[in-house]
Write a protein that binds this ligand. Structure first.
Ligand code: AMP
Length: 136
């Protein structure tokens, strides 16, 4: 068990539903601390390079389109095993498969508009944190 940082994004559907506070409360309730945060609207360049890894996937263009469709709430969460804790709180990518009580089960609309993003490894967390918060 180690203290870690991870990147969280509350996606456009989560912001539109006005559940930013409810989602952050879940992080805080699990012992994760918000150590940096900003609300922003991604442009095509930023969303495209953030999801560069999915460039060849059939859903890439739609994903970039969706991620630029409205403001997102980007934050850095810190705590013990923050990467895994955040993933556990989020639930499976597809809300239909997400366990009851997870953020996606409760707030997501679809596999694409799935309320939240969370880094999937410690290595990617470091990259994603510096992508959005180079000053940290
Ligand atoms: P990930 O890097 O695993 O977070 O995946 C990036 C995002 O792409 C997911 O959170 C979804 O918003 C979207 N996504 C993943 N798989 C699909 C899919 N099969 N169809 C549409 N969108 C998807």
């Amino acid at each position: 068990m180690s203290n870690q940082r991870t990147l969280s994004i509350i996606k456009p559907d989560g912001v539109k539903k006005n559940v930013v506070g409810q989602i952050i409360s879940r992080f805080e309730g699990a012992g994760l601390k918000v150590v940096a945060a900003k609300m922003m609207t991604l442009d095509e360049g930023l969303a495209g390079s953030f999801y560069e890894v999915h460039k060849e996937r059939p859903f890439y263009a739609d994903l970039v389109n969706y991620m630029t469709s409205g403001p997102v709430f980007v934050s850095v969460l810190e705590g013990v095993d923050a990467v895994k804790q955040n993933r556990d709180l989020m639930g499976a990518t597809d809300p239909k498969e997400a366990a009851a009580g997870t953020i996606r089960a409760d707030f997501a609309d679809s596999i694409e508009a799935n309320a939240v993003h969370g880094s999937d490894s410690e290595e990617n967390a470091a990259k994603e944190v510096s992508f959005f918060f180079p000053e940290l």
